[in-house]
Design a protein around this ligand. Structure first.
Ligand code: ADP
Length: 448
């Protein structure tokens, strides 16, 4: 096992990783930007190294500085968390070249799944159902119109390099197509430096259902159930839960097996998530694979009792999986609410600032993963996620009541947060009955 790990991230996920390392008896090295000197992950790690100026490009994305920090402190492995360098195959490769273990999949698997158009092609070959659309990247304009016509409108044009809900454009008819293609390309070029696009049928009322998988270096792979992430705003998740309220055991097993097959098709190692859209008829379609730990991983931990970060570390250290598919027996229901420092009255605009008062909820079945504390100043340079509130319950009714109780208990003063909005969702009758799809939040906001 590793003696020292460098955590190449910030905020709640850096704290999350440090906690597991401590339980495993592994020393940690935090890295931080000049804006994060007072950040919680810096205070919690055994050692910390400043890696540059506040803009991510100069610190959390600065590969030479991060590698030097690892070498200087003698860290044998790097956990990238999510975002920043987590899905950068080049970074994974450099780590290996410097004899530092990258706690994540091999660079080749990141690459295969990272270009979404290529992932689609690979999945088609592996017999994984994908949303009807173009086989791979789109090049000729004529061909785009032909494919769109053939699969039928509406269609969604996606950036192959896209992520985080960006680089997607919907076209309702042939008149809109040309413009949507043009803007999608331009956006992709600007945001990702790669104008590659592909096309999918735009499913009307899908649920977003994803499968968590774990694979070791010896070819063993398992799925750890699903997460329903249909509560999204602008294609970004706000609330996640497991199990998905509408999934039958048979469909769960089928999707689980499909997710494992998807992972094996790219020789996956580590923790990963295969994302699907599920329609009302129970058809499911691959949309992408996230080759990292995800924000919403705690709900899976709450029902399976498996620490996913610990599993990632053990897999990276060359240990075989300690359990088989039949050993994984999820228990109860878990919910996660993402608490962002955002003002929901002003179109969810980010609200950096000083946390004047902070009192997280507690009690049975409540978990808080956060990177803030009283007096902490949220810098304006990064993501607005400040805490994740996770609750567990025997059933869906219990977990929702517990979440409401915990959201009401949560005191964060000094900045606006999404807590009131999350509470309103917990009280929404459609949410309570589990009849939601990916447009649920949009509809709620339109009704207001
Ligand atoms: P990203 O990598 O940016 O997160 P995804 O491909 O994972 O993009 O899609 C994010 C969300 O966008 C999905 O959860 C879903 O709500 C919506 N979406 C993506 N593809 C489609 C589609 N073909 N039809 C309908 N909605 C879609």
């Amino acid at each position: 096992m590793f003696k020292k790990i460098l955590v190449a991230n910030r905020g709640e996920i850096a704290v999350r990783i440090i906690r597991t390392c401590r339980e495993m008896g592994i020393k940690t090295v935090a890295v931080y930007s000049e804006a994060d000197r007072e950040a919680l992950h810096v205070k919690m790690a055994d050692e910390a190294v400043c890696i540059g100026a506040p803009p991510p490009g100069r610190s959390y994305l600065n590969i030479p500085n991060i590698i030097s920090a690892a070498e200087m402190k003698g860290a044998e492995a790097i956990h990238p968390g999510y975002g920043f360098l987590a899905e950068n195959p080049y970074f994974a490769e450099i780590c290996e070249r410097q004899k530092i273990t990258f706690i994540g999949p091999p660079a080749s698997a990141i690459e295969d799944m990272g270009a979404k158009a290529r992932a689609r092609e690979l999945m088609i070959k592996a017999g994984v159902p994908v949303v009807p659309g173009s086989p791979g990247l789109l090049t000729r304009e004529r061909e785009i119109a032909e494919i769109a016509e053939a699969i039928g409108y509406p269609v969604i044009i996606k950036a192959s390099a896209g992520g985080g809900g960006r680089g997607m454009r919907i076209a309702l008819n042939s008149e809109e197509l040309e413009r949507s293609v043009r803007t999608a390309r331009a956006e992709a070029e600007a945001a990702f430096g790669d104008g590659g696009i592909y096309l999918e049928k735009y499913l009307l009322e899908p649920r977003h259902v994803e499968i968590q998988i774990l694979a070791d270096k010896f070819g063993n792979a398992v799925y750890l159930g699903e997460r329903d992430c249909s509560i999204q705003r602008r294609h970004q998740k706000l609330i996640e839960e497991t199990p998905c309220p509408v999934l039958t055991q048979q469909l769960r097993e089928e999707m689980g097996a499909t997710a494992v097959r998807a992972a094996q098709a790219v020789n996956y190692v580590g923790a990963g998530t295969v994302e699907f859209l599920l329609d009302r008829l129970g058809n499911y379609y691959f949309i992408e694979m996230n080759t990292r730990i995800q924000v919403e991983h705690p709900v899976t931990e709450m029902v399976t009792g498996i620490d996913l970060v610990a599993e990632m570390i053990k897999i990276a250290a060359g240990e075989p999986l300690g359990f088989k598919q039949e050993d994984i027996k999820p228990n109860g229901v878990a919910l996660e609410c993402r608490i962002n420092a955002e003002d929901t009255n002003f179109n969810f605009r980010p609200c950096p600032g000083v946390i004047k008062n902070y009192l997280p909820p507690g009690g049975f079945g409540v978990r808080v993963d956060s990177g803030i504390y009283p007096g902490y100043s949220i810098p304006p340079y990064y993501d607005s996620l400040i805490a994740k509130l996770i609750t567990w319950g025997k059933n869906r009714h219990e977990v929702i009541e517990r979440m409401k109780r915990a959201l009401r208990e949560f005191r964060i003063e000094g900045v606006e947060t999404t807590i009131p909005f999350l509470l309103s969702i917990m009280e929404n009758p459609y949410f309570v009955t589990g009849s939601v799809d990916t447009h649920f939040v949009q509809r709620c906001l339109e009704e207001e």
